[in-house]
Ligand binder design. Structure first.
Ligand code: UDP
Length: 308
């Protein structure tokens, strides 16, 4: 049994991770400031005596006796991370420093949730970890992209300077139950719109692509990255099944038997044109690859939103 701190543990991926870690017999402290985290995501887990919910902000110093730290704290949807961009950068940078300082003090192993956003609008396709990215450092996405890039820098400097066993995973688009309905992200938006027979809002011409990973696969990848004997380089985690946004809209309309029509709206500034993870490193070093198809994952997510 490990004592595990999950920052951002009441958020979408965090809550699934906490549940899985408890299921594996660990004790879990879930730290969240509830900006995008939700009490209802972890309400069931509170019945478990091995689970503790702490309302706190990762930008403040942390003091917990733990041997594993998953640092997931940061709003991840563009509308949320752009709401208070200065706080987003602070969360990424000061959050990373605080979890790394805690790891240095306790000897804990620490994993950073980085992101495919560190590749910006990529000129290399699919994106391998060796690609250094194409990020606009002063655009509206920069608070998140550059914040996460500095977090990665800190993880490798603490590794070199202080021998902290830090691991970095780059999370590509992930979806599933417990996403916020008003989250603004494409899967939740389209499902909610389709179920209400409202217009499906495709931004731009809808030919931009994303590759969508179901949340249970992502959680397995996170745990494998944490528990691997050694992980001295960043690893991509995502499902390489690439789809255009139009294809996604059509699939969801069909799946929900919806009367919704597709409407086109402005493309957000710096919206990446294509994104697909090269996961050969994860396959090789973690023996991990997604098992849940996008269609199966979407069916489960639709079922979740139908009950909401
Ligand atoms: N998108 C869209 N309609 C929406 C929400 C998003 O067409 O209602 C597009 C968005 O412009 C982007 C893609 O879907 O090209 C994925 O957007 P999301 O916000 O989910 O994630 P990210 O851009 O961070 O990958």
């Amino acid at each position: 049994m490990s004592r595990i701190l999950v920052t951002g543990g009441a958020g979408f991926i965090g809550a699934h991770l906490c549940e899985r870690l408890l299921g594996l017999g660990n004790r879990v402290i879930c730290l969240d400031n509830m900006f995008t985290g939700r009490y209802e995501n972890v309400a069931e887990l509170l019945k478990n005596p091995d689970f503790e919910l702490v309302n706190a902000n990762v930008i403040n110093p942390l003091d917990y006796d733990v041997d594993r730290i998953y640092n997931l704290a940061c709003p991840a949807s563009p509308i949320h991370y752009q709401y208070d961009p200065i706080m987003t950068t602070k969360t990424c940078v000061m959050g990373a420093i605080n979890v790394l300082e805690l790891a240095k003090k306790t000897g804990a192993r620490v994993l950073q949730a980085s992101t495919s956003e560190i590749y910006g609008d990529p000129e290399v396709h699919p994106q391998p970890e060796s690609y250094r990215g194409n990020v606009n450092p002063i655009g509206p996405r920069a608070c998140y992209d550059e914040g996460k890039r500095v977090a990665e820098t800190l993880f490798f400097d603490y590794r070199r300077q202080n021998r902290v066993d830090g691991r970095v995973v780059r999370i590509f688009n992930t979806f599933g139950p417990k996403m916020l309905p008003g989250d603004g992200r494409v899967v939740s938006n389209f499902i909610v719109q389709a179920l209400r027979n409202k217009n499906i809002t495709v931004y731009g011409d809808g030919k931009q692509t994303r590759s969508f990973c179901y949340v249970s696969d992502m959680v397995e990848g996170l745990i494998k990255a944490m528990e691997a004997d050694e992980l001295a380089a960043p690893v991509n985690l995502g499902n390489p099944c690439e789809k255009t946004i139009i294809e996604l809209a059509e699939t969801i309309i069909k799946m929900t038997d919806s009367r919704s029509k597709i409407v086109f709206e402005d493309l957000p500034v710096d919206d990446p044109a294509r994104r697909k993870p090269d996961i050969s490193l994860a396959k090789r070093v973690l023996n991990w690859e997604p098992k849940v198809s996008v269609f199966e994952g979407l069916s489960k997510t639709v079922a979740y939103f139908m009950e909401k």
